[in-house]
Every structure is written in structure tokens, then in C-alpha cells.
Design a protein around this ligand. Structure first.
Ligand code: B12
Length: 225
């Protein structure tokens, strides 16, 4: 069982979707994440073990390597594809309630800013880490963030900005969120930001890479319970 889950995790890490996938070249013809997940389910391995020790373990490695600059955006995208393909097979277990996502995270690029490539990678890493992401897209103002926090009863929010002008809008958004909620964890990120700025605008945390946010919310909401 351990061996099979380990193989699934390796397929996610290397972006091996199925036996038909041409990528990666050195795994050509071998079973991929889809076949191995099917095999695990047929062998009656609990869906939670397949998720935790196969899929999530693989994506954790991908996130760590991306954070450490050992792999780049294309590799993350390929791994996310493998993860999503295998996740399709686990969907019935989420619907039945046997499997549960860790919680909800609201994400958005702040008002005036149309850059979303980084936010979309963050979304993939968080989803790959077992969180449900509500993606509000780009050019999101305070009102939209607040309405979404209310609608989804979410406790975690991630704000992204890529411009030195729009990063200033984060302060206004955070102030409005704090005026409406006292229990929402606000994480900020984006190339022009740093820890000093995050402290100044009263964010709870800043991370230069998605894996930092994933580890942070896992520690705050999951590992501490
Ligand atoms: C692609 C791009 C665009 C595209 C955006 C397409 C899209 N769908 O995103 C387009 C062409 C639309 C564009 C437009 C503009 N752009 Co532009 N753009 C870029 C470019 C080339 C790449 C940005 C990018 O995607 N990087 C890759 C991603 C993966 O990195 P990232 O966003 O930083 O995200 C990573 C981390 O920061 C982190 N992260 C990001 N968000 C968050 C959030 C949280 C919570 C966490 C934890 C982590 C996190 O995780 C990601 C993965 O590691 C940069 C230059 C550069 N090389 O960076 C300029 C750049 C950002 N743009 C710039 C400018 C000036 C503009 C324009 C004003 C140009 C113009 N005159 O029209 C417009 C503004 C439009 C607007 N209102 O937003 C400047 C910003 C300068 C500044 N200091 O403010 C830059 C730096 C170019 C430059 N050198 O001048 N741009």
C-alpha cells in the first residue's frame, strides 16, 4: 500500500498524468496518477490515505521545490494537471462527505491591478494542499472581498498586488476587512511587497511564494488542532 501511494506522489511531483502522457520522457509508458489512483481505490486503500499520502504529499514536494527555486512555473502547472486528473476520481468521496477539504480561502488581486499569473499559481498550490479556493479574480475592491467573506463564512483571505501603486490599495482593503471582521487571517503577496510593508498595512502575514502561505495556514488551522 505504502509503495502504491508513494508512486502516486512521484507521478504528481513529476506531472505524470496517465500512461498515455509523453511527459516526463523517462516515465514514458508507465502508469500515471490516474491509473495508480484507480488501482489504489480498487485495492480498497481509503480515499483519505490516497489524498494525504499520494496526491497532497506529491504537491507538497512540488510547492517546496518551487519555493526553493528548484523548479519553475511550467513544472508547477504540469503537476497541478496531474493532481486535478487524479482528484476527479476522488470526487465521489468529497460528495459523500467521506473526504473533506481543509477549509475555505478567498483570493483576489486588489483594485486597479490586472496581474493574475502569481495569484493563479497560489490558487493551484492551495488547492493542491487540500483547501477550497474561492477566486474573485482581478481588480477586486474591499466591498467584494467583504461580501465574499460573508457569503462563504471564510476565515482566510489572500491578497495579491504586482504594482507599487496598487499595493497601496491593500491597506484600504485590509482596514475595511478589519472593521467588519475580527477573526479573518489576511495574507498578502506579490513581487513588490516585503515583510515591512505587510506589517505597516496590518496584514497577518506576507510570503514571497505560495508554499509559505500553505504552510502557514496548515499550521494555524490544521496542525494546531
Ligand atoms: C505579465 C505582466 C503583465 C501582464 C499581466 C497578465 C496577467 N494576466 O497577469 C499585462 C500585460 C496585462 C501587464 C500590464 C501592466 N503591467 Co505588468 N508585468 C507583467 C510581468 C512581465 C510579469 C508578472 C508576472 O506574472 N510574474 C510571474 C508571477 C508568477 O510572479 P508574481 O505575480 O510575483 O507571483 C509570485 C509571487 O509574488 C507570489 N504571489 C503573488 N501574489 C501572491 C499573493 C499571496 C497572498 C502570496 C502568499 C503570494 C503571492 O506567488 C507567485 C508565485 O511565486 C511583470 C515584470 C516581471 N518580470 O515581473 C510586469 C510588471 C509587474 N508590470 C508592470 C507595469 C508597470 C504594468 C502596466 C502599468 C503597464 C502599462 N503601462 O500599461 C500594466 C498595468 C495593468 C494593471 N492595471 O494591472 C511593472 C510594475 C512596476 C511597478 N513597480 O509597479 C512590471 C514589474 C514591469 C516593469 N519592470 O516595469 N503586465
Amino acid at each position: 500500500m505504502k509503495d502504491l501511494l508513494n508512486q502516486i506522489s512521484i507521478c504528481i511531483e513529476h506531472g505524470k498524468v496517465s500512461s498515455q502522457s509523453q511527459h516526463p520522457a523517462d516515465m514514458k509508458g508507465l502508469a500515471g496518477a490516474i491509473e495508480l489512483t484507480e488501482e489504489a481505490l480498487n485495492s480498497k486503500i481509503p480515499a483519505k490515505d490516497i489524498l494525504d499520502y499520494g496526491l497532497l504529499k506529491g504537491m507538497q514536494t512540488v510547492g517546496d521545490k518551487f519555493r526553493d527555486g528548484k523548479i519553475f512555473i511550467p513544472e508547477v502547472l504540469i503537476s497541478a494537471k496531474a493532481m486535478n486528473s487524479a482528484m476527479e476520481l476522488l470526487k465521489p468521496f468529497f460528495i459523500s462527505g467521506e473526504l473533506k477539504l481543509k477549509g475555505k480561502v478567498i483570493l483576489g488581486t486588489v483594485s486597479g491591478d490586472l496581474h493574475d499569473i502569481g495569484k493563479n499559481i497560489l490558487k493551484m498550490v492551495l488547492e493542491g494542499g487540500g483547501w477550497q479556493v474561492i477566486d474573485l479574480g482581478v481588480n477586486v475592491n474591499a466591498e467584494k472581498f467583504i461580501n465574499s467573506l460573508r457569503e462563504h463564512n471564510a476565515k482566510i483571505i489572500g491578497l495579491s498586488a504586482l504594482l507599487t501603486t496598487t499595493m497601496q490599495n491593500m491597506e484600504v482593503i485590509i482596514k475595511s476587512i478589519r472593521e467588519n471582521f475580527n477573526d479573518v487571517v489576511i495574507v498578502v503577496g506579490g513581487a513588490p511587497l516585503n515583510m515591512g510593508f505587510a506589517n505597516k498595512i496590518n496584514a497577518d502575514a506576507y510570503f514571497p511564494a505560495p508554499q509559505g502561505m500553505l504552510d502557514y495556514i496548515n499550521n494555524l488551522f490544521i496542525n494546531s488542532n
